[in-house]
Design a protein around this ligand. Structure first.
Ligand code: WQD
Length: 338
């Protein structure tokens, strides 16, 4: 059985990918330092999978701990999620972001190399495309980053390209995510940001469940269908299944690839709010306020390559994303802090 080390395993995307990998027949070793996730996730994963999670509490920046993990487990491949991801915070704390996202990536790759593990799925982001030169973004779109978080993803991609160029035995999948939302259909795991949510969907669900008074819509005067920002939302379980497809591609084809994981179309903030109100039956009061600095008006993926190379495309629509997000939030009003 192929064993996969999942870094950032108890995070939002990591926990959903853990389940998808197990359902696909992989054995999983989860690793996390709980800096942005809860140990409660492990209990939920045990309940959902029926398998006691194999878990290591460690930081990817701790070389001794990473060495110990690779010594204790026979790892065949790594899916690397562990990273700090708050755009605003990254600008205020650049050293912490470079130390964790870049330093942690290098430390992880060094441990992999010492143990002859040269297969990695890397969690990248559409943020590496920067200001759109054209839309939809395809994988050939020029790369640039508009914030420190985005630069850690851009530089992280380049580090892995240099690594592969130095030793072609490395097989790497660079996965550029668009906007993941939704939750496992059970409602037992989902997105649980700490503090005030930066992202749209968790803010919407917290308004609907009564934790927040109203949603601030950042800008109503963009050149879009209704003046509000447009993004390519995809269901987190579709995204998780995209990781399984990418890992299988690396293991079977022995060939690296860079691919967008998105739906291939966009929805505006107000279109998502309306879909959520329909799916939940709950009102989401909002106020249109000033634009958020750094926001792009609209972007979405050209999702052709993932379909061609991985046979993967999104299968869950916006209504399902909203219904699943609501089921999670309604059952867990305070997230994992039960
Ligand atoms: C979506 C839309 C906002 C909150 C960010 C990161 C990106 C990735 C996903 C990690 C925009 C609007 C939001 C709110 C709002 N993260 N909005 N009110 O900015 O597209 O991407 O998260 O990889 O790297 O940049 O996602 O959910 O923050 O915003 O009106 O309270 O919702 O203006 O149009 P974004 P988002």
């Amino acid at each position: 059985m192929t064993t996969v080390l999942l870094t950032g395993a108890t995070g939002y995307i990591g926990s959903h990918t853990w389940l998808a990998l197990q359902e696909a027949g992989f054995s999983v070793v989860g690793l996390d330092n709980f800096s942005n996730s809860s140990p409660e996730v492990l209990k939920r994963l045990h309940e959902l999978s029926g398998v006691a999670p194999v878990f290591e509490r460690a930081s990817i920046t701790d070389a001794a701990a990473m060495e110990a993990v690779f010594s204790r487990h026979r790892i065949d491949a790594v899916v690397h999620f562990a990273a700090s991801k708050a755009v605003g915070e990254s600008g205020a704390q650049p050293l912490a972001y470079y130390a964790n996202n870049i330093g942690g990536l290098v430390t992880t790759c060094e441990a992999m190399r010492r143990h002859g593990v040269k297969t990695m799925v890397f969690s990248s982001s559409a943020t590496v495309y920067g200001d759109p030169k054209y839309l939809p973004y395809d994988e050939a779109h020029p790369l640039s980053a508009m914030n420190v978080y985005g630069r850690t993803k851009l530089y992280g991609e380049q580090i892995l390209r240099d690594l592969e160029a130095s030793d072609p035995a490395w097989k790497i999948a660079w996965l550029r995510y668009f906007n993941p939302v939704g939750a496992h259909e059970s409602g037992r795991i989902g997105e649980d940001p700490r503090g005030v949510p930066n992202n749209l969907m968790p803010y919407v669900t917290q308004v609907a469940v009564g934790r927040r008074e109203f949603l601030q819509v950042f800008g109503g005067d963009y050149d879009t269908v209704d003046g509000t920002g447009v993004r390519d939302y995809l269901h987190v379980v579709d995204l998780a299944e995209g990781h399984v497809a990418a890992l299988r591609h690396l293991l079977d084809q022995r060939r690296s690839l860079t691919v967008n994981l998105g739906a291939g179309h966009g929805h505006s903030v107000l279109q998502l709010v309306r879909a959520f109100e329909r799916a939940s039956g709950r009102p989401v009061p909002y106020r249109i306020v000033d634009r958020r600095p750094g926001d792009l008006p609209a972007f979405w993926a050209d999702a052709t390559l993932a379909r061609q190379q991985l046979g993967w495309q999104t299968r869950r629509d916006l209504e399902t994303m909203c219904a699943d997000s609501w089921r999670w939030q309604q059952a867990n009003p305070n997230g994992f802090d039960c």
